[in-house]
Design a protein around this ligand. Structure first.
Ligand code: SF4
Ligand code: SF4
Length: 298
């Protein structure tokens, strides 16, 4: 079995306890306006073109049978003509063209993950599966988690929680920690900001907790989208209600998704601003005042 992997991030310290390797899988059913990893949205392999690296050598145009490149005004890449055959990538010595997403077996991923086992053992770390949405490729994700557990690794998944409940519960015995997103309060706003309804996510959050899953509730703070008192109160209420939630992580918005989207020919129109440190502390303190669970800024 293979999964489409778009990044394997070593020495990650923000995706669960200790030093970790985070495996990013392609494919996500959500369309969050501020998506920090737009290269993980499509399940398909894509091609990234970085104009700042391009030396205008013309080698790509020389091998493309579909005439996807033109040098009439600088360098144009017509993605609609591209079949992603990869011929041009082999010719691009400047590294301006590269695939986003490679089909890998569980064994291939585990080989990379296990090469840092010593660091997991000394730091209490392990492997985190992220994306995209890890359960979009649920069979691969579950097999990967099983393989990691068989090696004695601590495992975590970074999930939107938007998938069929039976899928998430089937994987639960191999997951030591859920990094579970909570993005907006109220179905109408949730649909507007993420493109999907909220109810299945809340159902899964409760199902994971009821089944004994350990959860960190991860809450992106997006000025102009979800930074309301109503939302902060709902975060605290959820933390109080759901016993599996161990703590709340607040994640300030950053605009990195905009540049990443451009490289794969997409446009991220939504723009917010990075919240000031004082504002984040104000939000943290407000939520912490309404729940007994720890509230942290990541
Ligand atoms: S991947 Fe293939 S079809 Fe696409 S631009 Fe490169 S050579 Fe042309
Ligand atoms: S082969 Fe690479 S460096 Fe040369 S023109 Fe094409 S994208 Fe630019």
């Amino acid at each position: 079995m293979t999964g489409c992997v778009f990044n394997i991030q070593k020495f990650s310290i923000h995706d669960g306890p200790g030093i970790r390797t985070t495996v990013f899988l392609k494919g996500c059913p959500l369309r969050c306006l501020w998506c920090h990893n737009p290269e993980g949205l499509s399940r398909e392999r894509e091609i990234e073109y970085e104009p700042t690296k391009c030396i205008l050598c013309g080698a790509c145009g020389g091998v493309c049978e579909n005439h996807a490149f033109s040098e009439e005004s600088g360098h144009l890449y017509a993605r609609e003509s591209c079949t992603r055959c990869g011929r041009c990538l082999e010719r691009c010595v400047a590294g301006a063209l590269k695939f986003v997403g490679n089909d890998m077996t569980v064994e291939q991923v585990m080989k990379k993950v296990l090469s840092d086992k010593i660091f997991y053992e000394t730091s209490g770390g392990g492997m985190t599966v992220s994306g995209g949405e890890p359960f979009y490729q649920h069979e691969f994700t579950t097999e990967l988690l099983k393989a990691a557990k068989a090696e004695g690794l601590h495992t975590a998944v970074e999930t939107s929680g938007f998938c069929r409940t039976e899928i998430i519960l089937a994987a639960l015995p191999c997951i030591d920690l859920f990094l579970f997103d909570y993005k907006a309060t109220g179905d109408e706003l949730h649909r507007k900001l993420t493109g999907v309804p909220q109810a299945p996510i809340l159902d899964n959050l409760r199902a994971v907790s009821d089944a004994g899953g350990k959860i960190v509730l991860r809450c992106p703070i997006i000025p102009g989208a979800n930074d309301t008192e109503e939302h902060f109160a709902a975060i605290a209420a959820l933390a109080e209600e759901i016993s599996g939630i161990e703590h709340v992580d607040l994640e300030p918005y950053h605009p990195l998704g905009t540049g990443k989207a451009e490289k794969i020919g997409k446009v991220q129109e939504f723009v917010s601003k990075i919240p000031e440190k004082d504002r984040m502390e104000e939000i943290r303190s407000y939520i912490a005042g309404c729940t007994s669970k720890p509230v942290k800024i990541s």
